[in-house]
Design a protein around this ligand. Structure first.
Ligand code: IPE
Ligand code: IPE
Ligand code: MG
Length: 267
């Protein structure tokens, strides 16, 4: 994460195009395309997953430099268990190996790491390194890295509904207390503002059960680049594209406000 790279001409050009004051503070990424990237090169899918890890390390570094504060990445979905067990086992081992190798540097960089999802089916060794890593980095202030593993947006919403039902039937809350804020507080991402930008690599135009609640008004950027080929240039392009969007949140463009004067609406 600390290696100093000499910026290329294209990096410099794109860096200059970015409005440093309007970089999204929270970016979510569906890191997709590892398997296809490897197969196209005549390699086993596992090579794509390995390469994907080094891409993530680089994107964390770039995000920090841009003063983005939170990255939430999709590493393993609740549906990914349906893959051949060899691939699932490989991924579980990879998570453990990478975390062991990287945690001291993550901590030195003052990154707070958090795993989001149902960790219960994972092996003891992985659960243990996850909980020690979270505890070690708990008070780090520079950056938050959320890694979604065995994560599913629908499951998260159902779980939140269950918690609320329990609190309601025990009398801790009244049904009339249930609002968006309370619901949000039961989600696994509670305390973190919703992502302004979602990036999906590999060209697929779907959300695949990722952050269904939190992405309600995120800008979506889809690139055909496979995750193992994703890099600083592609990341800067996504942010520049984001900065060209008009985020209306159901309203109208601010410049059009004047055409809304009362006189224009009176019959
Ligand atoms: C994303 O890449 C990583 C995980 C889902 C773990 P894929 O493994 O889905 O790669 P493709 O989409 O099959 O190419
Ligand atoms: C989404 O990718 C999950 C992760 C990136 C971890 P998938 O490859 O599992 O999604 P689908 O199957 O293309 O929708
Ligand atoms: Mg995929």
């Amino acid at each position: 994460m600390r290696s100093q790279k000499i910026p290329t001409k294209e990096n410099l050009k794109l860096s200059n195009e970015i409005d440093k004051l309007r970089v999204p503070k929270h970016i979510a990424i569906i890191m997709d395309g590892n398997g296809r990237w490897a197969i196209r090169k005549g390699l086993p899918r596992s090579f794509g997953h390995n390469k994907g890890v080094s891409v993530l390390k680089n994107i964390i570094k770039v995000s920090k430099n841009l003063d983005c504060k939170v990255l939430t990445v999709y590493a393993f979905s609740t549906e990914n268990w349906t893959r051949p067990s060899k691939e699932v086992d490989f991924l579980i081992n990879l998570f453990e190996k990478v975390l062991k190798k990287e945690i001291s540097e993550i901590h030195q960089e003052s990154i707070k790491i958090k795993f989001i999802g149902d960790l219960s089916p994972f092996p003891k060794a992985l659960k243990s390194i996850i909980s020690s890593s979270e505890a070690l980095t708990e008070n780090n202030k520079n950056f938050i890295l959320n890694i979604c593993v065995n994560y599913g947006g629908r499951q998260e919403i159902v779980q939140a509904a269950k918690e609320i039902a329990i609190k309601s039937s025990s009398g801790e809350i009244k049904p009339s207390d249930i609002d968006e804020q309370l619901f949000n507080s039961e989600l696994l991402t509670h305390g973190i503002k919703d992502p302004e930008l979602l990036i999906r690599t590999s060209g697929e135009k779907r959300i695949s059960n990722f952050l269904l609640w939190q992405l309600a008004y995120s800008e979506i950027y889809i690139t055909d680049v496979m995750w193992p080929d994703f890099n600083e240039i592609e990341f800067l392009k996504a942010i520049i594209d984001y900065q060209s969007r008009d985020r209306r949140f159901g309203g109208i463009q601010s410049l059009q406000n004047e055409s809304c004067e009362d006189s224009n609406y009176s019959s």
